[in-house]
Design a protein around this ligand. Structure first.
Ligand code: FAD
Length: 386
């Protein structure tokens, strides 16, 4: 499907307030008791994936024939926002399943559809392997190759920052199948993680720890032709637009929890015989935080509704990138203000705010950093940037 082609609109709908309420209860029950241990151990709690599938929150956007709900990106955003209010990292699990799963059902064969079905049923966790050590923002420069040998492909190369790669069952790997064709000579492969020649090693991070990220090495890894998807670079560029909407929902959720904490603290913490929130310099930061949350909400759900309208990708890029840029800058402002308001106690383990600020540090980076969004926006404004 080209960037200029109209896309299908969601088949089903729900009562969104009731759905949000269900998501909120799910997040409190399934994320609340788990995230701290996962954060401490840098270990993904696999039972959380199973619980999300059981609650019907994986495959929200997938067709019903594959065990999905046939809903829109708006419902996915609601689910992720509510999960991120409890923990912004575990919420990303569903986000990745949505983006990787849609590659399978939009561009795959019957075998790929069965993987998507298993994913929605809680039997096959997915990871999305695009980034490489030398190819982050510049996806076109990936080096991983897939060479045809009879009815199979041989994969060689290294991927980096692949969330859940050490936990997943299947990796969706972008590789060069015809290097002479540049970005047109790339395909995705649905690779069983346990394939000989596939190795993973965790990349230790200060933040984002409940959802660990990995290096993945492919060394003469043989994958059947039937596992090759009929899509590559173009599909992931479209997928990134969808992922950016989800990322907005993630940081919108996190921002609300952080602001609520900072508001409470500013009202309760007394210095010079009055709450610190009685000082204009503190109160104004919180007032700005309120505006950031409300503007982020409008931006996020506007971008989601544009996606669900079925308009061609080309027509929604400006809205999506603008939303992603604004929301990821807003969460940075809100979490930095909250940390400042926490004072010295803010950086102790006695308050939650340092964790909140640390987790938000990744906001400007993933799925296209600030500068990449600005570049996209500038291009959409017909500016002659390269
Ligand atoms: C926690 C985490 C999870 C991730 N999960 C996944 C995953 O599951 N799958 C996956 O494939 N990838 C994943 N990524 C990778 C992520 O998408 C990349 O980190 C991101 O694309 C940026 O690439 P980079 O880190 O190599 O930074 P670089 O591309 O090296 O960028 C470094 C800096 O240079 C700036 N820059 C780059 N190009 C330009 C330019 N043209 N003009 C101006 N400034 C520029 C960037 O904005 C950034 O500030 C993850 C990353 C993190 C941190």
């Amino acid at each position: 499907m080209s960037q200029n082609t109209a896309r299908p609109v969601p088949k089903n709908s729900v009562d969104r307030e009731a759905f949000r309420d269900m998501c909120r209860k799910f997040a409190q029950k399934e994320i609340g008791p788990r995230w701290q241990q996962a954060d401490k151990e840098s270990k993904f709690p696999m039972e959380f994936y199973h619980a999300a599938c059981k609650a019907g929150l994986i495959g929200l956007h997938a067709p019903e024939s594959l065990g999905g709900a046939g809903l829109g990106v708006t419902e996915e955003a609601i689910s992720i926002e509510e999960q991120a209010k409890v923990n912004p990292n575990l919420a990303v699990m569903a986000l990745i399943q949505g983006v990787a799963g849609s590659l399978l059902w939009e561009h795959g064969n019957d075998g790929h559809h069965q993987i998507a079905k298993a994913n929605n049923a809680g039997e096959c966790l997915l990871a999305l392997a695009v980034t490489e050590p030398e190819a982050g923002s510049d996806v076109q420069s990936i080096k991983t190759t897939a060479k045809r040998e009879g009815d199979q492909w041989v994969l060689d190369g290294t991927k980096s920052f692949i969330t859940l790669a050490g936990d997943c069952d299947t990796l969706l790997v972008l590789a060069r199948t015809d290097p002479a064709k540049g970005r047109h000579g790339m395909h995705f492969f649905a690779v069983d993680r346990r394939t000989p020649g596939v190795q993973t090693s965790q990349i230790k991070t200060y933040a984002n720890r409940p959802l660990p990220t990995y290096r993945v090495m492919f060394n003469n890894a043989k994958v059947p032709e039937s596992r090759r998807l009929g899509a590559g670079f173009g599909a992931i560029m479209a997928g990134f637009n969808r992922e950016r909407v989800m990322v907005c929902a993630r940081w919108l959720g996190h921002m609300q929890t952080t602001l609520a904490w900072a508001l409470d603290y500013a009202k309760v913490r007394q210095q010079f015989g009055k709450p610190i929130g009685a000082n204009q310099s503190i109160a104004f930061q919180l007032a700005q935080g309120h505006v950031d949350v409300e503007a982020s909400r409008l931006y996020t759900y506007h971008a989601a509704s544009r996606w669900d309208s079925g308009a061609p990708i080309q027509d929604i890029i400006l809205d999506v990138s603008s939303a992603k840029l604004f929301v990821t800058q807003a969460v940075y402002r809100v979490t930095q203000s909250a940390l400042h308001i926490g004072g010295g106690w803010g950086i102790t383990e006695e308050l939650p705010v340092m964790r909140m600020a640390l987790d938000a540090l990744v906001a400007p980076v993933t799925v296209g950093a600030y500068e990449i969004q600005l570049r996209v926006i500038a291009k959409q404004l017909q500016l002659p940037v390269d």
